[in-house]
Design a protein around this ligand. Structure first.
Ligand SMILES: Nc1ncnc2c1ncn2[C@@H]1O[C@H](COP(=O)(O)OP(=O)(O)OP(=O)(O)O)[C@@H](O)[C@H]1O
Ligand SMILES: [Mg+2]
Length: 351
């Protein structure tokens, strides 16, 4: 059984302009200890998916249907108090902006110790000791003294380290990290990502890492889900995604990574923008931007199809008519990138 299994999740926002289907029939699984990346343009539904896992969708939003199984138990069927037991304890979350997670009126140490006391049955002294140990583990120098610092006395990078310490303090099964480093400079970002990787390896924590940086995914993740307009359009092990992307949108994302040695500083982007989620196009929601789109794509909505090839290929699937059985030879396009993609693949994927 997978640690986390999301089945047919649909989440809508009832706005004055109409119903925004932010997450549309989304399914994926995360195994114990697995690092799972979620990528896609702004507005694709990444954060709404994450908030759904913690049942933090607020009005006018509503989780319409689906299942969110944690060790086989459906979070959507639990009472509020049962969900509170899971939040922070079995599923923890790190947000983009560390400041939102830290309360300015309590010291860093008090906040982490409080989380530990709340979730684990520690007394005050043990919680304090554990907190200092954690602050030390996330690389805060002189942790014993910094325990009594207020958030504003920490730099942005140190605040994010403290938030990571807090998130990991209860040894969660799943850590959701929603753009955890975008507020930081590049050097700090690299250090924080290394830290996340080391600690989650050490604690055997599964990670759902949300980002629009494919380089970050390559560095950290085992598997990736590409989202577009609330749907998964491709799921693949990270190597397959980089070397053999199947969905035209993934191919587009890959081509927008600047090449090594390409000093033009020009990031190719996919022309057009994501559709209005109140009124998504008929057929495939990517068809208006797809260079391969044919007439059938404007009418028929593709479903997620297994596309992995070869006996050793691990699970890879894509939502594109090209791969649906009855149309397999109908469209006849070859989704491939002309240039040598490996030139663009970030260092970690090179052997
Ligand atoms: N409270 C809300 N009310 C109305 N619409 C919302 C609300 N929250 C999210 N949405 C809509 O849901 C869609 C998905 O939003 P989401 O925040 O999940 O995108 P995202 O993939 O996380 O984007 P980003 O990369 O910018 O963080 C967007 O169209 C957004 O406008
Ligand atoms: Mg987001």
């Amino acid at each position: 059984m997978a640690l986390l299994e999301v089945n047919d999740l649909t989440v809508s926002f009832y706005t004055q302009e109409g119903v925004v289907t932010a997450v549309d029939d989304l399914s994926y699984t995360i195994e114990r200890g697995e690092k799972f990346g979620v990528v896609g343009e702004s507005g694709a539904g990444k954060s709404v998916t994450a908030l759904s896992l913690l049942r933090l969708i607020e009005s006018p939003g509503e989780i319409e249907s689906g299942e969110i199984l944690l060790d086989g138990e459906d979070l959507l069927q639990m009472s509020d108090s049962e969900v509170r037991q899971i939040r922070g304890n079995r599923i923890a979350m790190i947000f983009q902006d560390a400041q939102t997670a830290l309360n300015p009126v309590y010291t860093i140490g008090e906040q982490i110790a409080e989380a530990i006391r709340h979730h684990l049955d520690y007394d005050e002294e043990d919680a304090r000791e554990r907190t200092i140990e954690l602050l030390d583990q996330v690389g805060i120098p002189d942790a014993e003294n910094r325990y009594s610092d207020y958030p504003h006395e920490f730099s942005g990078g140190m605040q994010q380290r403290a938030v990571i310490a807090m998130a990991l303090s209860c040894d969660p099964d799943v850590l959701i990290a929603d753009e955890p480093t975008t507020a930081l400079d590049v050097t700090t970002e690299a250090k924080i990502l290394d830290l996340l990787e080391d600690l989650t390896d050490e604690f055997d924590t599964a990670v759902q890492l949300i980002t629009h940086d494919l380089g970050v995914v390559a560095e950290l993740c085992d598997r990736v889900m590409v989202m577009y307009a609330g749907q998964a359009v491709e799921k693949a092990p990270v190597e397959e995604l980089y070397y053999d992307p199947k969905h035209p949108y993934t191919v587009g994302l890959m081509s927008s990574i600047p090449r090594v040695g390409d000093d033009s500083d020009r990031l190719r982007t996919i022309p057009g923008s994501m559709p209005d989620l109140i009124d998504t196009p008929t057929g495939c929601s990517f068809h208006p931007r797809c260079p391969y789109a044919e007439e059938a794509c404007t009418r028929t909505e593709p479903s997620m199809i297994d596309v992995g090839n070869g006996p050793d290929a691990r699970e890879q699937s894509a939502r594109c008519l090209e791969y649906t059985n009855d149309l397999q030879h109908g469209l006849g396009f070859d989704v491939s990138i002309d240039e040598d993609l490996s030139e663009r693949v970030p260092g970690d994927l090179h052997e």
